[in-house]
Design a binder for this molecule. Structure first.
Ligand SMILES: [Zn+2]
Ligand SMILES: [Zn+2]
Length: 176
């Protein structure tokens, strides 16, 4: 939480400080992720313009949680660079776009802002490593630890059949 009343800013003034932010564990796609450590130092800056405030929040965070393919712990490093504008007199109807939702009663909720920014920066696919082999769809074995007994025969057979079908459809070309 940063209290704007602790700094006196004239138009054009800029204030910058190091400010700890805490990111609580969050759920994404039914899986739980957490920052480790949960509290990290952030670089917080506020600039007063004639029309409003510009807030900037920068921090690096390390997150852990399940890999989307094998469910083993994955590690994600994020470099957050977030900016918010808050107009003193937003145009009617444009309040949501022209105000900072983290500013309330002269205080900026830097924890909530940092948490939202960390969630937004999560990769679409969380992987323990780029070439994670995932789990066997038949027996559930972690294929990163070695092949299971069922994988080669069942899966390869099915895919080969599908590929044959696909090729023969392409050869025939689009239906006239
Ligand atoms: Zn994995
Ligand atoms: Zn298997």
């Amino acid at each position: 939480m940063f209290d704007l009343r602790t700094v006196r800013l004239a138009v054009g003034d800029h204030h910058r400080e190091t400010h700890d932010v805490t990111i609580p564990p969050f759920t994404l796609g039914g899986l739980q992720y957490e920052a480790d450590p949960a509290t990290v130092p952030a670089d917080f800056a506020v600039t007063r313009l004639r029309s409003g405030f510009v807030f900037a929040l920068r921090f690096d965070v390390h997150l852990t949680g399940p890999c989307h393919r094998c469910l083993e712990p994955a590690h994600i490093d994020e470099s957050i660079r977030a900016e918010e504008y808050h107009a003193f007199n937003p145009e009617p109807g444009a309040e949501a776009d022209m105000t900072c939702e983290y500013l309330d009663d002269d205080r900026v909720d830097t924890d909530r802002w940092a948490s939202d920014a960390a969630v937004l920066a999560m990769p679409f696919q969380v992987l323990c490593r780029e070439d994670c082999l995932g789990l066997c769809v038949s027996c559930g074995a972690n294929l990163n630890e070695g092949p299971c007994d069922c994988a080669p025969t069942v899966e390869d057979g099915r895919w080969a059949k599908l590929r044959e079908l696909h090729v023969s459809t392409e050869e025939r070309g689009p239906a006239a």
